[in-house]
Design a protein around this ligand. Structure first.
Ligand SMILES: [Zn+2]
Length: 178
């Protein structure tokens, strides 16, 4: 496995619509493992292939329950709505609040080319939606409110390299302190 070079905001690959994967080859399986290692090395909870410069429909997610590899992921169902804080490994130090489905069902293929369905709520649902957005060239800053640079929020610690939500804090943007 190898840690791949991350692409950052301004790189056109992040704005391209990624192509479907025709077949889950050994090369694709290796890329998924490398993406997983890259995600862990950056302390992220998810990573999409465009973030390592590959414009193909591949994502990896791990919110603490083990890695999930998805090829050609499709959002099949979404219900409820939740607003929470998000960041992105490709936009370091920037955070904002994004409304997402509270629960989703995503279908796709796993790293062996077998069809899988992933059902998730909370952080998993958020991470899946964030990563699938990447495949369509959509970044969380397109949807976020209350965008801030880390360190600008009173009472907040900077969060280096966090992909997707911080998992703590429940403040609303602009709500102000006590
Ligand atoms: Zn991201």
């Amino acid at each position: 496995m190898a840690v791949l070079k991350l692409r950052y905001l301004g790189d056109p690959v992040l704005r391209a619509k990624a192509k479907p994967v025709a077949r889950v080859t050994k090369r694709i399986a290796k890329l998924l493992k490398d993406m997983e290692e890259t995600m862990y090395a950056a302390d992220g909870v998810g990573l999409a292939a465009p973030q390592v410069g590959v414009s193909q429909r591949l994502i990896v997610v791990d919110v603490g329950d083990g890695p999930i590899h998805l090829v050609n992921p499709v959002l099949e169902e979404g219900e409820g709505a939740e607003v929470d804080r998000e960041g992105c490994l490709s936009i370091p130090g920037v955070f904002g609040y994004v409304e997402r489905y509270a629960r989703v069902v995503v279908s796709g293929l796993d790293g062996n080319g077998k069809p899988i369905r992933v059902e998730g709520s909370g952080l998993l649902a958020r991470a899946l939606q964030h990563e699938i957005d990447h495949l369509d060239g959509v970044l969380f800053i397109d949807k976020a409110t209350g965008l801030v640079q880390a360190g600008e929020e009173p009472g907040e610690e900077p969060q280096p390299g966090g992909e997707a939500p911080s998992g703590r804090d429940a403040g609303q943007p602009g709500a102000g302190g006590p």
